[in-house]
Design a protein around this ligand. Structure first.
Ligand code: PLP
Length: 229
């Protein structure tokens, strides 16, 4: 049996290798462990191995885990799933990062509902980079307006962009989607120099993402194993 600690080490190694291959410093790439549909024991195994950043995709499940692990105050929780407007309050109250903002209504609610005794929510705009019908994310065209809106929200700190490209086994196809997101990021950063986070890369496409300039990778399966449907 391979343990979670060993898989986590393998994920760190893979990031370091991918970074080295393209002459980047691996310290500029943050690993987020995606723990959706996985039990608390698995999160704790990674935590005890020194990992601190975890991501959840479903509000109820995520909030329960945040509450159950509230004694571990140094865990940084990221919300990465689709957001319905009736769930924004729970997200605003329990997470540090939200990577999946894709419309103004959601940004507005998160801003209003973020408790003022907490540090602003660290947020990424999710872009539907391959224009897929059933995928969350704003279009490339909508991006400037949404960024402008978020930039003037006191309780939101815009950090960058996130995308989940169309599924493909081809490195070149993956690289093409990531290059598009990278171009959007560079363009936006010219206007908002504080942007520092380009969240792209998952278990199956992390190498292409790092080659394209990713600063944050979100890995679930390669650390925790296959999820139950
Ligand atoms: C589930 C999920 C991941 C992790 O995917 P794996 O293929 O299991 O590594 C990353 N990002 C988002 C937004 C997800 O929903």
């Amino acid at each position: 049996m391979i343990t979670i600690a060993e898989r986590l080490d393998a994920a760190y190694d893979r990031i370091a290798q991918a970074a080295k291959k393209c002459g980047r410093d691996h310290q500029g790439i943050k690993l987020i462990a995606v723990s959706k549909k996985k039990p608390l024991e698995d999160i704790l195994a990674a935590f005890e191995h020194g990992h601190r950043d975890f991501a959840e995709s479903y509000v109820q499940e995520g909030v329960e885990k945040v509450q159950q692990l509230s004694a571990h105050t140094n865990i940084v929780w990221h919300f990465i799933g689709p957001i319905q407007s009736n769930k924004t309050k729970q997200i605003a109250e329990h997470f540090s990062w939200v990577q999946s903002i894709d419309r103004e209504k959601i940004a507005k609610r998160l801003n209003e509902q973020r408790p003022t005794n907490l540090k602003p929510l660290q947020v990424l705009i999710q872009v539907n980079i391959d224009n897929e019908e059933n995928k969350s994310g704003c279009t490339v065209e909508e991006l400037p307006m949404l960024a402008q809106f978020i930039d003037q929200c006191r309780q939101l700190e815009l950090r960058g962009l996130m995308a989940i490209p169309a599924k493909s086994d081809s490195f070149d196809a993956q690289a093409q989607s990531f290059a598009q997101l990278r171009a959007c990021f560079d363009k936006l950063k010219a206007q908002y120099p504080q942007l520092d986070t380009l969240s792209m890369g998952m278990s199956s496409d992390v190498d292409a993402a790092i080659a394209a300039g990713s600063t944050m990778v979100r890995i679930g399966t390669a650390i925790f194993g296959e999820r139950q449907q």
